[in-house]
Design a protein around this ligand. Structure first.
Ligand code: NAD
Ligand code: NAG
Length: 325
């Protein structure tokens, strides 16, 4: 702010007296800025590097409210059970009443606290209405997990209009409606955690998943943009954003995985995936893959020319086959 003012002054002042003094002043400010930037830049790189090797503190979620969409099945269900066993109070949302109720029942049987609500995240009005009800019933939601998603798997030309639209509605727009419902209170209190399920299909393209990859790149994109928006609005923001990139998880969503080297890359059990996601959230990581090392390999792979990477991909021959026939 002050820098902008100074440069404006100098522009105004250059016509009259004192312009030269302002110029010198501006150079000094610029040089100081550059020096500070270079120092902070390298300090933060060293800090982040060191953090890779030391255990990070894990936030205490006991007594906190966690809202999970798609809590009736798969990773959503596992996360609900595990958050509850950590002492969190879990608000389960799913479009499927029966499976959602089952999750709530299992949590209660294990001595945990859970509340179930039927919600189709596609319908913005329903999301807003239910969010208001949940806030009234329970108060502030500390942790929001945007998990509900679908994955039709076949070539682009085989995708119907209806399933394509539905996929974008659930995997992308539904997430945004949830944010618009729960973010205002997080901003007001300057606290809270948001977790979003992207995918390895949000890191690189995969055959049979053309529209799905679009939705998962979108998740990565909106989370990354939101982080910047929150940070620029409030440099001291305490709202933590965590984007998750699972590889293939054993939930049934990924119907026909193909592996050449199953011992190297295999289906991860949904229990293990859920534990890994919760850990990433509690550690306040901005990004995490499941398995954890995958993201580093992928980042390194990005600097390698595409042609060379494709040779490696063909060698690994690890894809998802069509769900048709
Ligand atoms: N399973 C994997 O291999 C894998 C890999 C990468 C990313 N993911 C992502 O992780 C998330 C969870 O995947 P999963 O495998 O546990 O899925 P799943 O199919 O096991 O469970 C998804 C749950 O979401 C619910 N749901 C679907 N549409 C909904 C809607 N409109 N409103 C509310 N709830 C709805 C379903 O009823 C179901 O209970 C998804 O976003 C998925 O894209 C999964
Ligand atoms: C976690 O928070 C709960 C509730 O606020 C508190 O009772 C508990 O002692 C805390 N646990 C730790 C390990 O700090």
């Amino acid at each position: 702010m002050s820098r902008t003012t100074v440069s404006n002054n100098s522009r105004d002042g250059s016509a009259g007296s004192g312009g030269q003094n302002n110029d010198i002043y501006n150079y000094v400010v610029l040089i100081v800025d550059i020096v500070v930037l270079v120092i902070k830049f390298w300090v933060s790189i060293v800090e982040e590097f060191v953090k890779l090797f030391v255990a990070r503190a894990e936030a205490n979620v006991s007594g906190q409210f966690v809202l999970i969409t798609g809590a009736g099945h798969g990773m959503g269900k596992e996360m609900a059970l595990q958050y509850a066993s950590l002492g969190a109070k879990v608000i389960c949302w799913d479009v499927n009443e029966q499976t959602n109720t089952q999750t709530v029942k299992e949590i209660k049987q294990a001595g945990g606290t859970a509340f179930g609500y039927v919600c189709n995240v596609v319908k913005r009005e329903d999301v807003m209405e239910l969010a208001a009800k949940v806030r009234k019933d329970h108060g502030f939601i500390n942790i929001l997990v945007n998990n509900a998603g679908i994955m039709p798997c076949h070539t682009l030309l085989e995708h119907t209009e209806q399933e394509t639209r539905l996929m974008y509605d659930i995997n992308v727009l539904g997430n945004l409606w949830m944010l618009q419902a729960f973010l205002p209170e997080m901003i007001e209190r300057n606290e809270g955690s948001i977790v979003a399920l992207s995918s390895c299909a949000g890191l690189f393209g995969l055959p049979n998943l053309v529209p799905y990859c679009g939705t998962k790149f979108a998740v990565r994109g909106y989370m990354s943009s939101l982080a910047e928006e929150l940070r620029l609005k409030n440099p001291q923001t305490n709202i933590k954003l965590t984007t998750i990139y699972p590889y293939m998880i054993d939930t049934g969503l990924c119907k026909n995985p193909r592996f050449r080297f199953p011992s190297l890359l295999k289906l991860v059990a949904s229990k293990d995936a859920a534990a890994s996601i919760i850990l990433a959230q509690r550690q306040g990581l901005e990004e995490a893959s499941v398995p954890r090392h995958f993201l580093y390999v992928e980042k390194a792979g990005r600097i390698i020319p595409k042609k060379a990477m494709r040779l490696v991909n063909d060698f690994l021959d690890t894809y998802v086959d069509t769900d048709k026939k």
